[in-house]
Ligand binder design. Structure first.
Ligand code: FES
Ligand code: FES
Length: 162
């Protein structure tokens, strides 16, 4: 149960990228801002704060969600995973490696959210068609790449992990 103190802060417990986190947060603090400011999760990018651009997408209990549309208190007890959970600089995940190989990122601002969405999508739809991947990306705004190389990278990941 979430407890709210007189100072209007709520105590929450959750896991972020495998690590337990305990914090007192204002009830109206957005989950994206909590992750960046109090958990060091700088891979959570914040663009529109309206659920439109997809940059802030993370996994909450295995489901891809916009962290700008959740309050931190709503993540009480949740298993949260950001892009940092996928791989590391020296050990890229297959999806990250495909993005690198297919030049699917330029400025990289949209990339963490797209990687998370694509990872969740591939887990559920390991044999998705190119059209379905394009539809997935309709939920993400990228100002740099024109999307083609991103679709190529996701399709290539399907082939290597099939
Ligand atoms: S910052 Fe969350 S969808 Fe744009
Ligand atoms: S790579 Fe720059 S916004 Fe997508």
């Amino acid at each position: 149960m979430i407890r709210t103190s007189k100072s209007e802060h709520a105590s929450i417990n959750l896991r972020v990228d495998g690590k337990p986190v305990k914090a007192d947060v204002p009830p109206r603090l957005l989950l994206c801002d909590f992750l960046r400011s109090q958990c060091g999760a700088k891979g959570v990018h914040v663009g529109c704060e309206h659920g439109v651009c997809g940059a802030c997408t993370i996994l909450v209990d295995g489901r891809a969600v916009r962290s700008c549309l959740m309050f931190a208190v709503q993540a009480e007890g949740a298993e949260v995973k950001t892009v940092a959970s996928l791989g590391s600089h020296d050990n890229l995940s297959p999806l990250q490696e495909a993005f690198r190989a297919h030049h699917a990122l330029q400025c990289g601002f949209c990339t963490p959210g797209i990687l998370i969405s694509a990872q969740a999508f591939l887990t559920e739809r390991p044999s998705a068609t190119r059209r379905e991947v394009e539809e997935l990306l309709a939920g993400h705004l990228c100002r740099c790449t024109g999307y083609t190389s991103i679709v190529d990278a996701i399709m290539a990941t399907e082939e290597t992990t099939a």
